[in-house]
Ligand binder design. Sequence first.
Ligand SMILES: [Zn+2]
Length: 94
Amino acid sequence: MSDETPICSAKGCRTAAVWVLAWNNPKIHSPQRRKTWLACEEHREHLSKFLGVRGFLKDVVPFADWQAAEQPPQDASTPPSGETADEDGRHHAD
Ligand SMILES: [Zn+2]
């Protein structure tokens, strides 16, 4: 299973994603936690609104920029502080 090609998160959409929507549900995520959805040009607004009306949307960034910012250096073995809080220690399989 390979997810090398980022695909839009919109239901039924197979278009390559060009945007990253960073969001956070304060009810289940610690404040600094960021979930991400991917969006193609067409669905960026739709997905942004979906998250926006719920107050979840934090940021919308071009996919390339997001990757550049998020890719941790390969030798960084120490998790960022605050990311390993007990309350969010489990993996959310959504
Ligand atoms: Zn799409």
